[in-house]
Write a protein that binds this ligand. Structure first.
Ligand code: UGA
Length: 437
């Protein structure tokens, strides 16, 4: 069977990952991007963010002529399926901002009204329930050759390509089965073994995405709430509790890692959009507000630990290890590091920072207000405290002798629970969810 011709609009994180994975699987891909600088870079095989294997896949696909990039929406006409992956960020008051999406849809209307053959528009951007039926579908209603599917994405940063190649589920929301089948046929061409599929309507598909991310956020705020109680109880360690409850198949072991709170471009944004969207249903969202509230307060646990170490003094140096919102990315969106460092600077502390990937992005926010280090040992030199804020593998290898050799005072805050407390008996060692020892 002839392979579907694919276009992807919006070369952000999801769009570019989707485009290169398809090109790598020998589909002909057109990537549409309106940002000229980004476009020029992509054509030269350069990405503006780090994701494992992305650059390798991109360059291989460019060499094989499987992928091309354009700013001209017209080119979409020559494909069968268009995935829309433009950003749906939060407005200042936390609502979803649909302006980029609406602009793309009205552009597509102008392009596709001149096309005779059938065309499927797939909404991959995360949109609040009813957006497709009340905003997008009416904009394309006059085009009888065009159908729409809602196809939410569940990939994670740091493992995006792998998640696209091995998804746990495909959700397809359509108004009639025929459209669902077009997308299903494409997926059958892509996957040798078909993942599970749920076929449903537009709004249910949209709600699935929010329910999924809200549940992940809930698990994290839940374990962080337990962790904060453990901190008051002698010898109780949240990691042992997470290990135990995670064995219960009804609970599951993933997303029970206590820490400084969740960040990133998705969980905080989607939780906030869900809350704003459901505000009109009066009191039906108090649960989600609590999940968000726990997360917003979680950084203060780290600040309280520093306070108890009596380190709020302008002569003290604090080494922050890890800036990215999680490991294997250089992404700082909603990263706890930003909130924490701003707070510590207000307390006039001297801040040294290290991160294997995110230093350049951090410089764009903090300029010369903090000191940047590319080597961990330089970052902790003469520090009065070391805070581990991202779970990078390099930090897991930190041992007492390296710290003792370099630090001025032996204070550690392990906000990610990656070190073994029993190895740090000589230290003033504090960690999220580790009760007093
Ligand atoms: C999240 C979801 O996991 C994806 O399924 C979804 O597709 C994506 O959002 C999206 O909507 O696009 P991502 O933002 O890449 O993916 O990151 P996660 O791995 O979910 O981590 C989010 C935050 O939670 C990070 O700050 C991480 O450190 C934190 N986290 C995660 C914890 O604090 N504890 C855990 O046990 C797990």
């Amino acid at each position: 069977m002839k392979k579907s011709r694919i276009s992807v609009i919006g070369m952000g994180f999801v769009g570019l990952s989707l485009a290169v994975v398809n090109a790598h699987a020998n589909f002909e891909i057109i990537g549409v991007e309106s940002n000229k600088e980004k476009l020029a870079n992509l054509r030269r095989g350069k990405t503006d963010f780090y994701e494992p294997n992305l650059s390798k896949y991109l360059n291989e696909s460019l060499k094989k002529n499987k992928i091309s990039f354009t700013e001209n929406l017209d080119e979409v006409k020559n494909t069968d399926i268009t995935f829309i992956t433009v950003g749906t960020p939060s407005t200042k008051d936390g609502k979803i901002d649909l302006s980029s999406l609406k602009k793309v849809i009205s552009g597509l209307y102008k392009v596709l009204k001149n096309k005779q053959a059938k065309h499927l528009v797939v909404i991959k951007s995360t949109v609040v329930p009813t957006t497709t039926s009340t905003v997008i579908a009416p904009m394309l209603k006059k085009l009888k050759n065009v159908s729409i599917a809602v196809n939410p994405e569940f990939l994670r940063e740091g493992s995006a390509l792998n998640d696209l190649i091995h998804p746990h589920l495909i959700v397809i929301g359509c108004v009639d089965d025929k459209n669902c089948k077009v997308l299903e046929t494409y997926y059958k061409q892509f996957y040798k073994t078909m993942p599970d599929i749920i076929n449903t309507d537009y709004t249910t598909a949209e709600m699935i995405k929010y329910a999924n991310n809200a549940f992940l956020a809930t698990k994290i705020s839940f374990i962080n709430s337990i962790a904060n109680i453990c901190q008051k109880l002698p010898l109780v360690d949240v990691n042992t509790i997470a290990r135990a409850i995670g064995k219960d198949p009804r609970i599951g072991s993933q997303f029970l890692q206590a820490g400084p709170g969740f960040g990133g471009s998705c969980l905080p944004k989607d939780l906030s959009a869900l809350i704003k969207f459901t505000d009109k249903f009066h009191d039906l969202n108090s649960f989600f507000k609590a999940v968000e509230n726990v997360n917003q307060l979680q950084t203060s646990q780290v600040i309280q630990m520093l306070k108890s170490m009596k380190l709020f003094d302008s002569k003290k140096i604090i080494a922050v290890l890890g800036l990215a919102f999680k490991k294997d990315t250089d992404d700082l969106r909603e990263a706890v590091s930003i909130k924490l460092v701003k707070n510590l600077l207000k307390k006039r502390l001297n801040i040294n920072v290290h991160d294997p990937m995110a230093i350049e992005n951090f410089k764009k926010i903090f300029g010369d207000k903090v000191s940047y280090y590319t080597k961990i040992t330089d970052c902790i030199k003469n520090a009065h405290c070391c805070i581990i804020l991202t779970e990078w593998d390099d930090y897991k290898k930190l041992n007492p002798s390296i710290l003792k050799k370099n630090m001025k005072e032996l204070n550690i805050i392990d906000a990610r629970r990656i070190l073994d407390p029993s190895k740090f008996k000589e230290f003033n060692f504090k960690a999220i969810g580790l009760g007093p020892r």
